[in-house]
Design a protein around this ligand. Sequence first.
Ligand SMILES: C[S@@+](CC[C@H](N)C(=O)[O-])C[C@H]1O[C@@H](n2cnc3c(N)ncnc32)[C@H](O)[C@@H]1O
Length: 338
Amino acid sequence: MPQDVPPAVRMYELLYSSVTSQLLIAVAELGVADHLGDGESRHVDDLAKLTDSHPGSLYRALRALASIGVFTEVEERVFGLTPLAATLRGDADGSMRDLARYVGLAPRQQAFGALLHSVRTGTPAFDHVHGVSWWEYLTSHGELASVFNAAMGNMSQLVNGATLESYDLSGAKHLVDVGGGKGHLVASILKRYPEMTAVVYDLPRVVPAAEEVLRAEGVADRAKCVGGDFLEWVPDGGDLYIVSWTLHDWDDEDSVALLRNIRAVLPADGTLIVIDEVPPPGDAPHFGKFEDIVMLTLLTGHIRTEAELVPLFEAAGLRITEIRPTSSPTSVIVAVPA
Ligand SMILES: C[S@@+](CC[C@H](N)C(=O)[O-])C[C@H]1O[C@@H](n2cnc3c(N)ncnc32)[C@H](O)[C@@H]1O
């Protein structure tokens, strides 16, 4: 917290921080950044035409965002990209555009409007508002599920590069990515380790999208997609199992069930890698402490500290050997059979 700002002023800013998020969602939805190439700038009137928006209002939106480093006003009413604004381009390396669209989904936003319910009761505001769980809602709303899956694709790109840089997987022969989503992590790993084969394991409805990604990434000859429920069973045959950006979605009981199902098929010399945020205890800042509130509001999951993770792994017959931080907010949690 900046020391030179009176607490009431800082609180005013913090209370309005959702305005920043809403502005980012709006310009991502409009595709403003997609109309600005590297080093290119455009008058706001052009941008308004290209994005079918109101010039004066788009100016106010971009001026506010430029004041925090997203876009830059290079001359009066003429805007260009900054590195932060470039992440809102759909085709950017490290694009966050799909994540912005997902954060903006109305049913998700309505749940956050009822966050107080979660804090009062410990149960998901999403279920309170919509009468069904997040996962049930996605199952019956295919268009939302596509936005969610695309957003998870953005997150995997962010997390995958950081994971692969920090952890050497060269000893592994056959990888099973449990809750592997659209297969981005498997594709990155197989490209890096040409001898490895892999399975992307996820809900049956996700399989077609994952198959498409594996084909597009040119690794379909070494990877297959399997549909199923990881709370029931996990495919065998791997010497390396990965659970990326997924364990935090589940409460302790389901997390142990998932870990036990992996333990049941993990060979004695096999390795489980869980990629997740592991915030430090106490006041230390860590983005995981906010992602944890997303879990509280939408799901029954938790972002867990090391002290909270250890007993879950132990209950599943696993032993954590290392928790390695990466350049993204996630850490690599390495476990072996106990
Ligand atoms: C937060 S996403 C993470 C996806 C991917 N691992 C990544 O890093 O982008 C959680 C994944 O778990 C999958 N999932 C949820 N419930 C599942 C279940 N019961 N069995 C198998 N997969 C499930 C979802 O479809 C989704 O792809």
